[in-house]
Design a protein around this ligand. Structure first.
Ligand code: GLC
Ligand code: MG
Length: 422
C-alpha cells in the first residue's frame, strides 16, 4: 500500500470465482479485457483487491490456472485473512479482532452433529472459518438450528450460504463486508481512503460487500439465486448497487461505465491501435498496447501488418537495444523485423499475452522507466519475464523506445530461452 502516496482514484474489491473469473470461458476473454483495462488506466493510481472465499492454498492454485493480475491486497477465506502486497504480508491486527466469542473446537463439535453437513477439504478449514457442503433444500433449516446451538454455547457466529452449496461458519465480526469496512477504516487513518470503491460479487458471501456505506456494487449477470434474493429483500432501492447485464469481469467493466468511475474502454476492445495513437503519450499505455499487438500478431489477427511494423520501428531508437532473458543483446529494430516471421504462427492455438503490475517512473525529465511482468500462455505452458523498458520523449514528439530488458521471473513455470521472443 506504500506504492501510493495519495488516496487511490478507484479501489476495486472483487470476488474471484464466477466474478473476476468466468469458469465457463476457457478463453478467459472477459478477464483478459479487465486486465488490459486495469493495467492501462488504473494500476498507477488505484488499488485492486481480491476478496475470495478460497483459502490461501486454493487461491494460489487459481492463480496458476487463470490469468489473474497481482492484487494490492488479498482477502481470503471469506474475509478472515487479509494480506498486503506481492509477498502477501498478513494483517495480524485483523486476526486478533476475530477471536471475540469464537471457539473453533465448539464450532466443529456442534456442526459435526448435523448429518446434512459434509465437511469441505482440509485446506478450506481455517482458524476463523469452518466450511461444509449442504444441499440447497436443507440450507435454511440447518442454518437456523445451528445458530441456536451456537448461541446456547455462548458463541457469536455468522453462517453464510454461497453458490447453492457452501456453508461457512465464521466469527460474527468476520466476513467479506466486515473485512472491507476494516480496510476502509485503515486506509482512512493512513490518508488513503479511495475516492471511489466498487465491490463486485456473484454469491451469498458477497452480499455483505454491498451493504458497506459509500461503496458502489455490482452483482454480475450470472449472480447466484441467494445473492439476488438477498438484494431483493435488502438493497432493492439502493441505486449504488446494480445487477449487470454482462457476465463476470465483463460486468465489472460495465459497472465502471455505469457509475462513471473512470475509463471503461479496454485496449482489447480497440481493434486498430494506429487510430488512437496521438492521444497516448503515457509510457505505460505504450507497453500494454505493444504486448497486446504482439499477441494479435502471433495469433494472426492484425489487419494492417506493414503499417504496424513500420510505425513500431519508427518509435524505436536507431541504436536501441533489447536484452533477451538469455542475456543476448540485439538491436530493437532488428527485433521488430524478426517479428515478421512469426506472424500468425499461433493462429488457431491457445496463445495469450498479458501485462501485470505495469508501473512507470519518471526519474529524469523526458525519460521514463516502465516495469512490468509480461506473461505469455502458449497451450498449457505459462512463462513470465520481468520487463524493463526505457522511453525518452522530446517535446512535441512521441515516445521513443530506448532500451528493453527481460529476465525470467521467479514465478515463471517454464524458463525456456529458445521459445521466448520478447
Ligand atoms: C470457496 C472456499 C470454500 C467456501 C466458498 C464459499 O469456494 O474454498 O471453502 O465455502 O468459497 O464461501
Ligand atoms: Mg464467487
Amino acid at each position: 500500500m506504500e506504492r501510493l502516496t495519495s488516496p487511490p482514484r478507484l479501489m476495486i474489491v472483487s470476488d474471484l470465482d464466477h466474478t473476476m473469473v468466468d469458469h465457463h470461458d476457457p478463453e478467459n476473454l472477459s478477464l483478459l479485457r479487465f486486465n488490459s483495462l486495469w493495467e492501462h488506466a488504473y494500476r498507477h493510481d488505484s488499488f485492486l483487491v481480491f476478496s475470495t472465499g478460497r483459502s490461501p492454498t486454493l487461491y494460489k492454485e487459481l492463480r496458476k490456472e487463470k490469468p489473474l493480475l497481482t492484487p494490492d491486497i488479498t482477502i481470503m477465506s471469506v474475509g478472515t485473512e487479509i494480506t498486503y502486497g506481492n509477498s502477501m504480508v498478513p494483517d495480524h491486527g485483523w486476526v486478533d479482532t476475530l477471536n471475540n466469542k469464537w471457539d473453533l473446537g465448539i464450532v466443529k463439535e456442534e456442526a459435526c452433529k448435523f448429518s446434512e453437513l459434509k465437511l469441505q477439504a482440509e485446506t478450506e478449514q481455517r482458524p476463523h472459518k469452518v466450511s461444509f457442503y449442504v444441499d440447497k433444500s436443507k440450507a435454511q433449516e440447518v442454518t437456523k438450528e445451528l445458530s441456536q446451538r451456537f448461541e446456547k454455547r455462548g458463541l457469536d457466529v455468522k453462517i453464510i450460504y454461497s453458490g447453492g452449496m457452501d456453508l461457512d461458519i465464521l466469527p460474527q465480526g468476520a466476513g467479506k463486508g466486515q473485512a472491507l469496512a476494516y480496510l476502509l477504516k485503515k486506509l482512512k487513518t493512513e490518508g488513503k481512503l479511495p475516492v471511489n470503491t466498487l465491490a463486485c460479487g456473484d454469491s451469498g458471501n458477497d452480499a455483505e460487500l454491498f451493504s458497506i456505506p459509500d461503496v458502489y456494487g455490482v452483482m454480475v449477470s450470472n449472480a447466484q439465486e441467494e445473492l439476488l434474493k438477498w438484494h431483493a429483500e435488502n438493497a432493492k432501492d439502493n441505486p449504488k448497487v446494480i445487477h449487470a447485464k454482462e457476465r463476470c469481469a465483463g460486468g465489472i467493466i460495465e459497472a465502471i461505465g455505469h457509475f462513471k468511475l473512470g475509463p471503461n474502454l479496454s485496449p482489447r476492445d480497440v481493434s486498430d491501435f494506429l487510430e488512437c495513437k496521438t492521444e497516448n503519450v503515457n509510457p505505460g499505455h505504450e507497453v500494454v498496447k505493444f504486448f497486446l499487438f504482439y499477441e494479435r500478431w502471433r495469433r494472426g489477427e492484425v489487419d494492417n501488418c506493414e503499417a504496424y511494423t513500420a510505425s513500431l520501428k519508427a518509435s524505436c531508437h536507431p541504436s536501441g537495444v533489447f536484452v533477451h532473458p538469455s542475456g543476448a543483446e540485439k538491436s530493437l529494430r532488428d527485433t521488430i523485423d524478426e517479428l515478421r516471421k512469426y506472424y500468425g504462427d499461433k493462429q488457431g492455438k491457445k496463445f495469450r499475452v498479458w501485462a501485470d503490475q505495469v508501473l512507470a517512473t519518471d526519474t529524469t525529465p523526458g525519460t521514463w522507466i516502465v516495469k512490468l511482468d509480461k506473461w505469455e500462455q502458449s497451450g498449457e505452458e505459462r512463462k513470465c519475464c520481468t520487463t524493463t523498458v526505457k522511453f525518452t520523449s522530446k517535446e512535441g514528439e512521441g515516445l521513443v523506445w530506448e532500451h528493453v530488458q527481460q529476465t525470467w521471473s521467479k514465478e515463471s513455470e517454464v524458463k525456456d530461452d529458445s521459445t521466448w521472443i520478447i
